[in-house]
Ligand binder design. Structure first.
Ligand code: IPE
Ligand code: IPE
Ligand code: MG
Length: 240
């Protein structure tokens, strides 16, 4: 009891710059409550909004949400359509006031398979918010780590490049506007990457929690950050 009620102490001087969330467990959250899976996804969108607010309060500069993977097309059409309907609503309602909040919004993923009305709106918001500096928000939709690497490679080949540096290569990835994630959080108890940020995670710290994504609140975010702050990041060197 004492342990749980103790307030987490976050060191504001060593916040992670970029935090990425693999937002898993919406379906199980709904099932546990005897609800249809879509209710879980809807609650999941609310948790994304809440996490954006909480990250802003802490002063985190970059957040990424893995919302739909290249493999998620294998789900039943009804669920896929339902998810895109939720993304559509989110983009149309929520993201519109990002300019006012000084948030930059970027979509990371292969865009041609995403419904065109959603992409039109996303591109409009990306353009409007391109100079916003308070926080960068990346929505990873139709994102796959392997697809990211292959798409970048093909772009480089089309440009006739024969040889590139790591720095140049990073500029061709979907994540070109973001730093490599310092911290990757996965909810729902699964301990796998599911094709997320394969290149960018070279030195990311991982935090796994059994909490289902719709229950990921301020306390959960603080727990993840506190845990991150206890790590000794050596980057291959030797540190005390
Ligand atoms: C995460 O929740 C949302 C997406 C992958 C789109 P899931 O839908 O994967 O939820 P579980 O894993 O079935 O509980
Ligand atoms: C990972 O969740 C992808 C997203 C959160 C978008 P999944 O639920 O699709 O992953 P697996 O199938 O359990 O690996
Ligand atoms: Mg899942």
């Amino acid at each position: 009891m004492g342990l749980f009620s103790r307030k987490q102490k976050i060191d504001m001087s060593t916040l992670p710059n970029c935090v990425a969330f693999i937002v898993d467990g919406n379906g199980r959250w709904a099932k546990k409550r005897g609800m249809p899976r879509m209710m879980g996804h809807s609650a999941g969108i609310d948790a994304v909004k809440l996490t954006i607010d909480n990250a802003e309060k802490l002063g985190i500069k970059e957040v990424l949400f893995y919302c739909f993977s290249t493999e998620n097309w294998n789900r039943p059409k009804k669920e896929v359509d339902g998810l895109f309907e939720l993304f559509r609503k989110f983009i149309n309602k929520e993201a519109d006031n990002y300019l006012k909040r000084d948030f930059r919004l970027v979509l990371l993923g292969e865009r041609s398979k995403i419904p065109s009305d959603i992409m039109e709106k996303v591109e409009e918001i990306e353009e409007k918010t391109k100079n916003c500096t308070k926080m960068k928000i990346g929505l990873c939709i139709n994102y796959g780590g392997r697809l990211d690497i292959i798409t970048a490679t093909n772009k480089l080949l089309q440009e006739g490049k024969k040889c590139v540096t790591e720095e140049e290569f990073s500029k061709y990835l979907f994540s070109c506007d973001f730093s490599d994630p310092d911290l990757i959080v996965r909810t729902s108890g699964e301990k796998r990457i599911s094709n997320f940020m394969l290149y960018q995670m070279a030195y990311s710290e991982f935090y796994f929690t059994d909490t289902y994504w719709p229950d990921f609140d301020q306390r959960e975010l603080e727990k993840a950050i506190c845990n991150f702050q206890k790590r000794n990041r050596r980057f291959g060197a030797i540190k005390e």
